[in-house]
Every structure is written in structure tokens, then in C-alpha cells.
Design a protein around this ligand. Structure first.
Ligand code: HEC
Length: 144
């Protein structure tokens, strides 16, 4: 009997140690200058992307696609932050987001990759600071 109890305890210990993927939420620190509508939208976009990556990295399809139509109209911290290319990048990003509504995991991964690249593209032009953080959103299986 005691053998079985030991075995049971062992199984319990082993199963609790098996790696369970966990979604770790990003920590956003308050900006001393206050957060603009656009900056808050960006944080939501980042969080949404992180959730998508979490599923795709486990080869699970993304089921609910959030809506970020306010990306085009949200007010930035300063008008100079919105460069001429802003709308083109924003529309391209929203287009790829729309395409996440597909049934194929492969297409979702491809669109997700486009999303990350467009985040980086727009930031390259208007606000390079967050790029280091955005790069971390790349899928684990995608190296480029
Ligand atoms: C169309 C251009 C554009 C695209 C696409 C874009 N960004 Fe941004 N992002 C900006 C601009 C401009 C700011 C500065 C906003 C401000 O300070 O008002 C910003 C700010 C940020 C910030 C800083 C927010 C803060 O707390 O101040 C983060 C993080 C961020 N973006 C992440 C992302 C991620 C992740 C994506 C893709 C999912 C993305 N961005 C796509 C233009 C873009």
C-alpha cells in the first residue's frame, strides 16, 4: 500500500513540474507626461499581440481578433509623432489584422508576422524607442 502512496506522490510532483506555458502580462509604467490616447492604444495593441503570439507559439489558432479601428484617429502625445507615412502604415496594419480572421493556422502565422513587421516599420519612421520591445513579439519559430 505504502508503495502506491509513494508512487502517487511521485506522480503528483512530476506533473506539477511539467512546463506549463504561461502568459505573462506586460508591465506598463505611468508616463510622467501623461499617456496620450494613441500611446494607450499602442499598449493595448502590444498586449493583444502578446496574447496572439502566446497562442500561435503553441500552434493554436487565434480565436478572437480585437478591434483597433481607433488607431487612425487616436490623438498622439505630440502632432509631430504622426509622420506623413503614419496613415499608410496604420492602414496596412489594420489590413493584416482583418486577415487574422482566417481558418488556417499557417495564414494566421503569416499575417501575424506582417503585423509585427508593420509595427516595426511605422516605429522606424516615427518613434524608434519601443522597437526593442516590439521585436520580442516575433513568433518563437520565426527567426528573421
Ligand atoms: C502607424 C504607425 C504605428 C504602428 C503601425 C504602430 N505604432 Fe506604436 N506608436 C506609434 C506612435 C506615433 C507612437 C507614439 C504615441 C504617443 O506617444 O502618443 C507609438 C507608441 C508605441 C508604444 C509606447 C506607448 C507608451 O507607453 O508611450 C508602444 C509600446 C508601441 N507603440 C508598440 C506598438 C506595437 C506593439 C505595434 C504593433 C502591434 C505598434 N506600436 C504599431 C506609431 C505606430
Amino acid at each position: 500500500m505504502i508503495r502506491y502512496v509513494r508512487l502517487f506522490v511521485l506522480v503528483l510532483i512530476l506533473s506539477s513540474c511539467s512546463p506549463q506555458p504561461k502568459l505573462v502580462k506586460e508591465k506598463w509604467f505611468p508616463n510622467p507626461n501623461g499617456e496620450s490616447e494613441l500611446a494607450l492604444t499602442m499598449r493595448d495593441m502590444y498586449d493583444a499581440m502578446k496574447e496572439m503570439k502566446f497562442r500561435l507559439d503553441q500552434d493554436k489558432k487565434v480565436k478572437s481578433i480585437p478591434n483597433f479601428d481607433n488607431l487612425l484617429t487616436a490623438t498622439p502625445t505630440g502632432l509631430s509623432m504622426k509622420k506623413e507615412s503614419f496613415d499608410a502604415f496604420a492602414n496596412s496594419w489594420l489590413n493584416s489584422l482583418e486577415k487574422m480572421n482566417t481558418n488556417s493556422l499557417k495564414n494566421q502565422k503569416e499575417n501575424y508576422r506582417n503585423l509585427v513587421n508593420t509595427c516595426i516599420g511605422c516605429h522606424d519612421q516615427s518613434c524608434p524607442g519601443p522597437i526593442k520591445r516590439i521585436v520580442k513579439l516575433k513568433l518563437s519559430s520565426v527567426k528573421d
